[in-house]
Design a protein. Sequence first.
Length: 76
Amino acid sequence: MVSYILINTKPAMEHQVYDELKLNENVIEVHPLFGDYDLLVKIDVENFDNLGKIILEEIRKIDGVDDTKTLTGVKI
């Protein structure tokens, strides 16, 4: 299941958070952004339970992550 996470970082922490995200085995892509969010992350997980676990226990615990918004993909 592919999901996208919009991340706001603490000021001047974008590079540190970007580098840490790139080390996560579930992360497919990380893109810096201008605008309301600082980073866009594409991840691949097995199910919703894994998605919650990765976001709560891995991504939100990265030093410098201030806020996240998760968008889940669906098949149509």
